[in-house]
Design a protein around this ligand. Structure first.
Ligand code: 0WD
Length: 256
């Protein structure tokens, strides 16, 4: 099995045990890595703390980090620098759009809805990378999560698809900037997984059923599969890969 002993990763976006970020945390824990958790708002703190304590390793840092707030991001990484010093990577598992924007026609997206989705789901990666760069002095790996709706139109995904396209382009530009610091930046395009965020996407059950019928592997994606792919991207095994988007989706993206 893969070992990440002696390495420290920041996992952003665990909301509950269904979160994809939680799948990544479990894979990192199994590989022996130290994990620093960040959460958006106070209502998530207790739950994230309980989840962190349920892991095998001793992961004592659970910190607030609202990614819409530059000062909050700065404070979060300052605390990490003070308490831990060096980190080896970040899992950015954060997205948001208003429910009204995730149904019907994309055409009806409001200016506010568009900006909010892009702010939280796309710009946040750049804002976080900027603050984290100085902490990855031994090189690093940044992984974010995207979805097929960023590459092609999928019903109801709407403004989030446009935000994911922006996120995927950010991955390439950030990879370009940070490569000279031996920091790699990649995304995982995950198949649909029933999470809190997925609840906001209209007709999610139909999407899951279609994957079971049409994806080459004839089954839906699990958090564990995404977690293990992330562990690979965090490891030495992927050292030649940057600016890439890896589909962990039972192969669905090659169909239709
Ligand atoms: O089918 C799916 N579920 C897929 C999700 C398929 C492909 C990709 N993804 C992506 C999502 O778009 C997102 O980028 O995976 C990422 C994680 O989403 P998830 O696991 O599906 O959803 P959820 O469990 O609801 O986590 C979303 C996180 C929450 O965690 P925290 O602990 O941070 O509260 O995004 C967080 C949200 O609260 N979030 C924020 N975090 C920091 N600052 C903010 C914010 N302002 N807003 C939302």
């Amino acid at each position: 099995t893969l070992s990440l002993k002696g390495k420290t990763f920041v996992v952003m976006g665990v909301a509950n045990k269904r979160s994809i970020a939680w799948g990544i945390a479990r894979s990192l824990d199994q590989a022996g890595a130290a994990i620093i958790f960040t959460y958006a708002g106070e209502r998530f703190e207790k739950g994230v703390r309980e989840l962190a304590d349920s892991l095998e390793g001793d992961h004592k840092y659970v910190l607030p980090c609202d990614v819409t707030n530059d000062e909050a991001i700065r404070e979060c990484f300052e605390t990490i620098k003070k308490e831990v010093g060096v980190i080896h990577g970040i899992a950015h598992c954060i997205a948001f759009a208003e429910k009204e924007e995730l149904q019907g026609e994309y055409l009806n997206t409001t200016r506010e809805g568009f900006l909010l989705a892009h702010n939280i789901s796309s710009y946040s990666l750049t804002a976080v990378a900027k603050e984290a760069r100085g902490l990855m002095t031994e090189g690093g790996s940044i992984v974010t999560l995207t979805y097929l709706g960023g590459e092609r139109i999928l019903p109801n995904y709407n403004v989030m698809g446009v935000a994911k396209a922006s996120l995927e382009a950010s991955v390439r530009y950030l990879a370009g900037d940070l490569g000279k610091d031996a920091i790699r930046v990649n995304s995982i395009s995950a198949g649909p997984i029933r999470t809190l965020s997925a609840k906001g996407v209209g007709d999610f059950n139909t999407i899951l059923k279609e994957i079971e019928e049409k994806a080459p592997l004839r089954r839906n994606t699990t958090q564990e599969e995404v977690g293990d792919a992330a562990a690979f991207l965090f490891s030495h095994l992927s050292r030649g890969i940057t600016g890439e988007n890896i589909h962990v989706d039972s192969g669905y993206h090659i169909v239709g």
